[in-house]
Each structure stands twice: as structure tokens, then as C-alpha cells.
Design a protein around this ligand. Structure first.
Ligand code: K7E
Ligand code: CUA
Ligand code: CA
Length: 626
């Protein structure tokens, strides 16, 4: 969406003209303010009394914070930040050896799309996968522990935007937003831009989740299955098919023009962009049979031009952004950023056209489908449509970035039912289960890129905002709550609360490597210059609480919190060595460092655990070399 924001004025100009011609643009498009006719925020429908629990969890993209943010719905109370791509002191993420290794040398990520794991097309509450647009990574978040358990770097891609999964979550699919040359041993290979059409590629990556091999809390096992070459367009959003569309995955792109400069202008010259449809079963079959065309940076790459039956191009109106598949898979909904429409493609017609090889022509060696044959409807939803979600009553909800509104429309009749303003510049909308075969409906959250005059000012930029609508009625959507959030929000997955079953303590497990569960087992073991400390903690002390080493020793501390009372977290914090690792009840955590600085380093419990919390401290002493 960054491109769209940068070019907002130009885009606005084009769109206002289109909008005025068709009479769609009301005053909302030009000057949304806090004087819109929205209901007062925090209405009784959203009231969750102190001590009462929310009915839903929302896991929202934390944008450039690199976090996944967990909210209670409808209260909009933030329950937890789950760090994914950034150091986060409150949970010790980036301070332990495993999490340091996961983060590598990167200090940020750009989280766009949390994708909920599904079984038989329904959210199963086990995992969330999220992309990092900035550094081409995908991460697995374990919903049993609310923690990141894997970060996987994807070769041959720089900047990937979309992420989607099939109804059994066996696979994840993503595509480069920025096409580029690929070369062995390189991440950012060089080729002159004049050679763009010949030497640059779009890359589609298919990942296997291997989720059946993962026990809760164990590292994720996501692996790369294969990559597909694609025309050097700029791939935006993807959605895997389900139901009638099972086995297909859809990718939009906004730059079939293949502009490499002045993209804001040059990517808008075609009335239709060539989106991609991939038959992933056909591609997977090739990969499984060991058929591929090259291996680059350890990844098998298939060139679909050499293997008919894998990839097709589907022309869609202007610079499409979101593509969303209806719960039954019968309809594929494309949102055209620069046309005030969503285009509905019939899966039945699409499958027929593919089977009968009813193609218009070939572009970049791939067959191009005839859009007019496949189109079921085109709905005038409003200006700047981006994303669509579905509920359990046969309605769809499309966000309108430019118009700052959400349009509700009906599947089948293709009638617009309602439109409500949001504040301001909505990106995604999220409905519980709204991208699955089993939507739960009731709530819709508009994830807005800004908020004008809705909150106390906080400097020259506005807070972004999340606005909650009650969509349980059959016609009107009602704004019931809102909250500022972390810049910048993209997608979110919302679950009925009973689908999420996190542990409340790590069960006592004496067989766990390096854990100790009684004070007589606490010890400091020296092996050459490796000092290993087996430490436990319980209200209100560490054992041992004095550690003395020699300058230059390598120190490993295994700290086990032997508490079994939920919520009773202790943590070890030590300045001078940048150590900050909490241990939840029953958890064993590891701290690893070289004691290269001599001196006296008090350490302390970082969580206010009892009246004797401050007494919960110790000394780490490093004897100088000389
Ligand atoms: Cu923000 Cu899904 Cu990256 Cu649209 S994308 S808003
Ligand atoms: Cu343990 Cu404070
Ligand atoms: Ca275009």
C-alpha cells in the first residue's frame, strides 16, 4: 500500500474524475472529518465491563513495529504484543540464543498479513503465519504459547507482500512485489534496468507448512517446496482458492505495464492488469516428481512457460489490489484500486475456460484468459476498493481507501446494501473467519491508515486507527468502538475466543534438558572457560544468587522458573551485559554471553512478583584478567 499512499494525490485526481462522472463521490471522499455521522464510539454493543472477558481475539498486523498485536473484541483492549521481527524486551524476544538466531542481523520487519491456520477450511486456532514485506521472510506464531517459533528467509525474493494458505493449511503461497534478477549466491543480483523484461522475474514461492510435524511450542517446520517464475510484474495480494476454487491460487499485480520508473504514472496506462492464476496441485505434482528447470540458491525453480497447465494470466480492471475468494469458492472478488468497482469472476467459468483452453492470446509465454467470458458481475462499490471479507449471512464487505468507507454488498444478487464512513483511509477490513470457508460474522474491524481528529494529538502525524462495526444486523453496519493502534495496520485474523486455547503454565517436566526443579540441583559447572549455571527461581530468590567467573569466560545460564502458579513470571535483568529474559511459570530459558567486561554486575528480578520482589536479586562478578 505504500505506493498508493505516496501517489495519493495523483490517484485521487484520476479517481475523483471517474467518481464524479458516475456520481459516486460524496463529500466523504474529499473531506472526511470527525463530523461524519458515525455513532459515538464505545457504544453499549462494545461495552465489556471490568472483569468481563471479550468474546473474540483479534491478531492484527503491527506493520513496521514487526509485531503481531492481540486485541480483545469488542472492547478493543490490547491483550498482548507478540514480537515477530523485532527485539521486544517485555517478552525477552531477541535476548535468548534461539530468538537472537531467528532475528539474525535484521532490526525490523514489516508485518502485513497474519494468516490463520485452517482445517477443512475453518480456523483451527493452532498457528498464525505472517509475512515480512521488508526482508522477504515468513514467520510462524504458535497460538498455544503466543510466541514466534520460526522465521524463514526466502531466497530469490526481495520484498514479498502477500501470503495465503489452502483450506488444510498444507501450503503457504507468496509472491515478490518487486521483480528482480535472480542469481546463485546473491540476494540482490544486478542486471541493468534496460534488460527488465528479459532478466527480471516475478517469483511465486510455495511453502510447505509441515504442521503435522510440529508439537506446540516446538520450532516451526515451514520449508520451501518450489518457486515458479512469473512475468516481471509487481505482485500485490494473493488468495488461495477453497471449495469450488480449491487447488487454485490467485495473485493480483498492478504493474503489468512493467514500468520501472515513474511507476505512479506509468503503471496506470493499461485499463486491465494481467493477474496470475496458478494451479498449485499441478505445480506441486511437478515438484514432487523432481521436475524443475533450475536450482537457484538451493530452491527448485519451475518455469511455467515450459510446463503448460500451471499458470494463466487473467486481465482485471485497473491496478487491482485485493483478491478474495467467497467462502464457498464460487466467486473470486478482485478490488480495483483505480476503478470504483469490484470484479466478480465465476470459478465455474474460469475452470471451463482453462479446461477448454479458451485463451485470448499468449503473453510472456503464458495463456491469457478472456476476462469478459469469466466475469459474473462488476459492482460499483465506491472509490479506491482494496480488500473484501465475508460473513456467515452471504454478505461481503469491501474497504474503500480513497473514499474512507466500507461497502456491504450481497453475494449472488450483487446489490450494494450499505456504506459507512470510516476514519480514515481504510486498508483492510477483517471479519471473524472472514477469509475462510467458515466465517463467523458479527464484527468487522476497519484497519485504518490514519485517524483525523479522533484522538488527542500526538505530534505531526496522526495515530492510525482501528474501528469496530457491528455487522450482525441484516442491513446497516454500526460503528461501536475504536482505538488508536500501531503504524501501520494491514490485515488481521479474528477468532471466536473459544478457538484459542493457550497454556497457562509450562507443566513441570523433570526430563526437560537443562532444567532443575529443586534447590539442591542448583549448581555452577566449569569446563575450561565455559561456565554453565543451572539456576532456578521461585518467590523470592534466585538459586544460585552469586556467580563469579573470570574475565573472558563464556557463560551459559539455564534459568528454570519452578512456579506452577499462572501469571507468576520472574525474569533476570542485568545491565552491563544487556541481559533481559523473563521466565514464565514452569519455563526454562537460556542466557548466553561472554564475560568480557570485568566488574560487579548486580542482577535482579524484572517482574514485580511478591512483596519481596526487590529483595530478589544477586551478584554476577567478573574477576579481571590481570
Ligand atoms: Cu496493506 Cu494487505 Cu500489504 Cu492492502 S496490504 S491495505
Ligand atoms: Cu521474581 Cu520479582
Ligand atoms: Ca497497471
Amino acid at each position: 500500500m505504500n505506493k498508493l499512499k505516496l501517489g495519493r494525490n495523483a490517484v485521487m485526481a484520476i479517481i475523483l474524475i471517474i467518481g464524479l462522472l458516475i456520481g459516486l463521490v460524496g463529500c466523504n471522499a474529499k473531506t472526511p472529518t470527525n463530523t461524519t455521522n458515525q455513532a459515538a464510539a464505545g457504544t453499549p454493543a462494545a461495552w465489556v465491563a471490568p472483569g468481563q472477558l471479550d468474546t473474540h481475539y483479534m491478531f492484527a498486523s503491527g506493520g513496521q513495529s514487526g509485531n503481531l498485536i492481540v486485541w480483545g473484541i469488542p472492547s478493543m483492549r490490547i491483550l498482548r504484543q507478540i514480537p515477530v521481527y523485532n527485539v521486544y524486551a517485555p517478552t525477552g524476544f531477541g535476548f535468548t540464543p534461539e530468538t537472537k538466531k531467528m532475528l539474525g542481523d535484521k532490526t525490523w520487519g514489516d508485518v502485513h498479513h497474519p494468516i490463520a491456520s485452517q482445517t477443512q477450511g475453518a480456523y483451527d486456532g493452532k498457528f498464525i503465519w505472517v509475512n515480512d514485506k521488508a526482508n522477504s521472510r515468513v514467520a510462524q506464531v504458535d497460538l498455544n504459547r503466543f510466541e514466534t517459533t520460526q522465521i524463514l528467509d526466502i531466497p530469490n525474493m526481495v520484498g514479498f507482500h502477500c501470503l495465503t494458505t489452502d483450506p488444510e493449511s498444507k501450503y503457504l503461497f507468496c509472491a515478490t512485489e518487486f521483480s528482480l534478477p535472480i542469481a546463485e549466491g546473491q540476494k540482490n543480483a544486478y542486471a541493468p534496468l534496460q534488460n527488465y523484461t528479459g532478466e527480471y522475474y516475478g517469483i511465486i514461492t510455495a511453502l510447505k507448512t509441515n504442521r503435522d510435524k510440529v508439537q506446540p511450542g516446538q520450532p516451526g517446520q515451514v520449508s520451501i517446496s518450489y518457486q515458479l517464475l512469473a512475468p516481471p510484474y509487481e505482485y500485490d495480494i494473493s488468495s488461495a482458492g477453497k471449495g469450488a476454487a480449491d487447488g487454485l491460487v490467485f495473485f493480483t499485480n498492478y504493474n503489468s505495464e512493467m514500468a520501472t520508473s515513474d511507476i505512479e504514472k506509468n503503471s496506470t496506462t493499461l485499463p486491465l492488469d494481467l493477474t496470475l492464476v496458478v494451479d498449485y496441485n499441478a505445480a506441486q505434482k511437478l515438484a514432487d516428481a523432481g521436475t524443475y528447470d533450475q536450482v537457484v540458491n538451493g530452491v527448485k525453480i519451475i518455469d511455467p512457460r515450459k510446463h503448460p497447465g500451471i499458470a494463466y494470466l487473467l486481465p482485471i480492471a485497473k491496478n487491482p489490489h485485493g483478491v478474495d475468494v467467497s467462502p464457498d469458492g464460487k466467486w473470486i472478488v478482485y478490488s480495483s484500486k483505480l476503478d470504483p468497482v469490484v470484479t466478480i469472476i465465476s470459478t465455474e467459468k474460469l475452470k471451463k475456460a482453462i479446461a477448454s483452453k479458451n485463451f485470448e492470446k499468449t503473453t510472456w509465454g503464458l495463456p491469457v484468459l478472456k476476462e469478459a467470458d469469466l466475469q459474473e458481475a462488476q459492482i460499483q462499490v465506491g472509490v479506491g476498493p482494496l480488500h473484501t471479507q465475508f460473513d456467515d449471512q452471504g454478505y461481503a464487505y469491501t474497504s474503500l481507501f480513497v473514499e474512507s468507507a466500507v461497502t456491504k454488498w450481497q453475494l449472488g444478487s450483487w446489490k450494494v446494501i450499505d456504506k459507512q464512513p470510516v476514519n480514515y483511509n481504510v486498508g483492510h477490513v477483517a471479519v471473524p473467519g472472514g477469509d475462510s470457508m467458515k466465517p463467523f460474522g458479527h464484527w468487522l474491524v476497519a484497519l485504518n491508515k490514519a485517524s483525523l481528529k479522533r484522538f488527542l494529538p500526538v505530534g505531526p502525524s496522526y495515530p492510525v486507527s482501528e474501528q469496530l462495526f457491528d455487522i450482525s444486523g441484516s442491513s446497516k453496519m454500526t460503528l461501536v468502538n475504536e482505538t488508536p493502534s500501531e503504524r501501520e495496520p494491514h490485515y488481521a485474523s479474528i477468532f471466536p475466543a473459544n478457538l484459542i486455547k493457550p497454556i497457562s503454565v509450562y507443566p513441570k517436566d523433570e526430563s526437560r534438558p537443562n532444567s532443575i526443579w529443586s534447590e539442591d540441583k542448583a549448581k555452577i559447572v566449569r569446563n575450561g572457560n565455559q561456565v554453565t549455571v543451572y539456576m532456578l527461581t521461585i518467590r523470592s530468590h534466585f538459586k544460585p544468587d552469586t556467580i563469579e567467573v573470570n574475565q573472558g569466560d563464556h557463560v551459559t545460564i539455564y534459568l528454570t522458573n519452578i512456579e506452577q502458579q499462572p501469571g507468576m513470571t520472574h525474569g533476570i535483568g542485568m545491565s552491563g551485559y544487556n541481559i533481559n529474559v523473563p521466565a514464565d511459570p514452569g519455563q526454562t530459558v537460556q542466557v548466553d554471553f561472554t564475560a568480557d567486561k570485568p566488574g560487579t554486575f548486580p542482577f535482579y528480578c524484572t517482574n514485580f512478583c511478591s512483596a519481596m520482589h526487590e529483595e530478589m536479586a544477586g551478584y554476577f562478578l567478573v574477576k579481571p584478567k590481570s
